[in-house]
Design a protein around this ligand. Sequence first.
Ligand code: TRP
Length: 337
Amino acid sequence: MTTSQGSNSHQIPSNPRQKILSGMRSTGFLHLGNYEGALRNWVKLQEQADLFCMVADYHALTTHFEDPEQISRSSREVARDFVACGIDPARSVIFLQSHVPQHAELCLLLSMITPLGWLERVPTFKEKKADLAADSVPFGLLGYPVLQAADILLYRPFGVPVGKDQAPHLEISREIARRFNRLYGEVFPEFKNIIGDEAVLPGTDMRKMSKSYDNCIYIKDSEDETAAKIMSAYTTPSKIKKTDPGIPEGCAVCQYLRVYSPNWESQWNEDREGLRGCMQSKKECIESINEYYRPIRERRKELDDHTINLMLKEGAEKAAEVASKTLADAKAAMRFA
Ligand code: TRP
């Protein structure tokens, strides 16, 4: 059932200008893994298409419903991270999912035509369900992909830039759209998965970078915080002395060098051949990361709450303009008028 093709940003037709939609859950500050896995690509895409960047605060509730205060705070921080990293609010639309009520309404309509089996088979649902007691699995967690389908379909985008982990969600969105079109008429055009070619950045312990593993370097981290995290990051365990050979493929510091250091190839060779120690690599890694993020972090500090709230208000208005048209078409197709 792999009907979606990965496609590069270069293949976006420019005439008429296409829309691109993507989102991130607001469960905390964004980290370098979020940047490399998604944001860096979004920043490029806004050159070629109308980019809609959504903070998925309703989706954050599926796992954090006990802490709405934290979601609310995180939503603003995620929006701040978006702008600091280069999403330009003058050109792209940055908004909160909860500010555009059309998402909830289309989600309800789509839920009526979505077979339970499609949702029960989703890998992320199965994983999260396994972590919970049987009688405490929220309905919203099961319905997660239906809300995501509404997020996407409301904007009739050319494509959705996401990481590989989101492919099953996009496939369900596609299936829901096809089913809707078959039942009620062509309302939702096909969309593509836009897969960037960015490196996957591991956490400081070499597992996937994730808040729940406490192995993240955050965009908002200070240079000192970044340094402390790199200093204790995972390196080749058998490399104790400088002259011991390293295995850069399995070393977090070397992985960061590959992304942020212009001369990573010689650094990797020296590591492999026992010509450099981990301490030297760590120091250079700290410099490279801090240098790359310095302008981003400076911009981040300048964005006060007032600016962010104003931007989100304007973003919601622009998003609702598009979303309300699509929702009206969907309701008319279903004979709600
Ligand atoms: N599920 C996505 C994630 O965890 C976030 C998301 C919500 C999203 N709605 C979306 C991504 C719509 C793309 C399109 O990263």
